[in-house]
Design a protein around this ligand. Structure first.
Ligand SMILES: Nc1ncnc2c1ncn2[C@@H]1O[C@H](COP(=O)(O)OP(=O)(O)OP(=O)(O)O)[C@@H](O)[C@H]1O
Length: 374
């Protein structure tokens, strides 16, 4: 998160935050118990979430979980069924108010960049600056293009640029009106995987410099971890968990969250004498009472296969070399389905089939069985 003291300056309330082409003011955007239904379908069920000033907040979730709908509501393209949307303490959508999209000072950047093909790069970037004179908007557009490192292509047309460059133009266009909050819907999904890394890093730097609050939608957990100061995980229109990447990774609220952040083996267990006992032996300590059934999530890198040592016997039934690691499928004595293990390549010699299986305790997450986890 950015230094909130220096960025959390409440803008003029008349237009709910839009400033002219001066410095950006980061805003606090709050979703308060937002419900959205279309016909008989509930798309969002009571979402309460705040993006703090200067923060990059990632909305993460599988397809159809309601991420884009949240952005559309924030932008004012869609009006929620119930609940309030609050910008710097002022209701901008709710029972008492509806500030139209163009007066919110909230920018929206689309997945496909949506550049106008018949306009030059500079004209594309100037597009959102209708309030400024020609000369002032030209100047602002050039400043924005310089900020994204593309001033020298200002006269070119979008089709002459690479995907990564087009993304940066779209970012410059979205930032030129100095939004207090920038909403980005899957901003990297159109880029090939080699480009993504560089563009993400550049985008992060540009967002930090712009000081806008940013909400980024993604379905990719690794992307959310790279980009977000915090991550809000959604499922079926509900907020499952909000926190830093480290919190969601190490203390996931449920199996769904755990599975979103790591590839897992899932096995059953039971608490006996203060320990969680599974087919792999005791895998964790537990304060739960004896006999409590639990579900154990085991990250693939936490399943170690060794040649000698004590432990449970296993047999490697499939093996794939993935560069730095070997992905191995191993049948375990006492388990009626195989588990998977990721280990540094070559640690288990090629051709080795019979192994002893052990578990790295830091890669074990235990969930008490609830109807959700069954
Ligand atoms: N206007 C609408 N009418 C009916 N259903 C809708 C409407 N808008 C969205 N939905 C449904 O609401 C759910 C959430 O949609 P939304 O686009 O917000 O999800 P998402 O998490 O952004 O998914 P994706 O990653 O696929 O874009 C989906 O099941 C979608 O089909």
């Amino acid at each position: 998160m950015q230094d909130q003291q220096s960025t959390a300056i409440a803008p003029s309330t008349k237009s709910a935050g839009r400033t002219s082409a001066g410095v950006s003011f980061a805003a606090r955007l709050g979703f308060e118990d937002i419900v959205h239904t279309v016909g008989s379908t509930t798309i969002l069920s009571g979402i309460s979430l705040t993006a703090e000033p200067g923060e990059i907040l990632c909305l993460l979730g599988p397809s159809g979980s309601g991420k884009t709908t949240m952005l559309r509501i924030a932008a004012g393209i869609e009006r929620q069924t119930a609940g309030r949307l609050v910008l710097n303490g002022q209701e901008i959508a709710g029972p008492d108010a509806f500030v139209p999209p163009e007066k919110r000072g909230i920018g929206l950047m689309f997945q496909d960049f949506a550049l106008f093909p018949h306009m030059s790069i500079a004209e594309n970037v100037r597009f959102g600056l209708t309030a400024l004179s020609g000369a002032a908007s030209k100047r602002e557009a050039m400043v924005a293009l310089e900020r994204v490192g593309l001033a020298d292509v200002a006269r070119q047309y979008p089709h002459t640029l690479s995907g990564g460059e087009q993304q940066r133009v779209a970012l410059a266009r979205a930032l030129t009106p100095r939004p207090t909050v920038l909403l980005m819907d899957e901003p990297f999904s159109g880029l090939d995987s080699r480009l993504k890394d560089v563009v993400r890093t550049d985008t992060l730097q540009i967002l930090r410099e712009s000081r806008a609050t940013a909400i980024i939608v993604t379905h990719d957990a690794e992307e959310a971890m790279r980009m977000g100061d915090r991550i809000a995980l959604l499922r079926d229109g509900r907020l499952v968990q909000v926190g830093t990447a480290a919190q969601l990774y190490s203390r996931p609220a449920d199996l769904f969250t755990a599975g979103f952040f790591s590839e897992l083996n899932v096995i059953e267990g039971e608490v006996r004498g203060g320990r969680v006992v599974t087919a792999l032996g005791p895998v964790a300590d537990s304060l739960l009472s004896d006999g409590t059934p639990v579900t154990v999530a085991l990250r693939l890198m936490g399943l170690r296969l060794e040649e000698q040592s004590s432990g449970v016997l296993g047999r490697i039934v499939a093996r794939r070399f993935l560069g730095g690691v070997d992905l191995m499928t191993v049948a375990i004595e006492g388990l009626d389905y195989p588990l998977r293990s990721r280990m540094r390549a070559g640690i288990v010699p090629d051709g080795k089939r019979d192994v002893v299986v052990s578990v790295d305790l830091q890669d074990v997450i235990v969930f008490e069985k609830t109807p959700d986890h069954r």
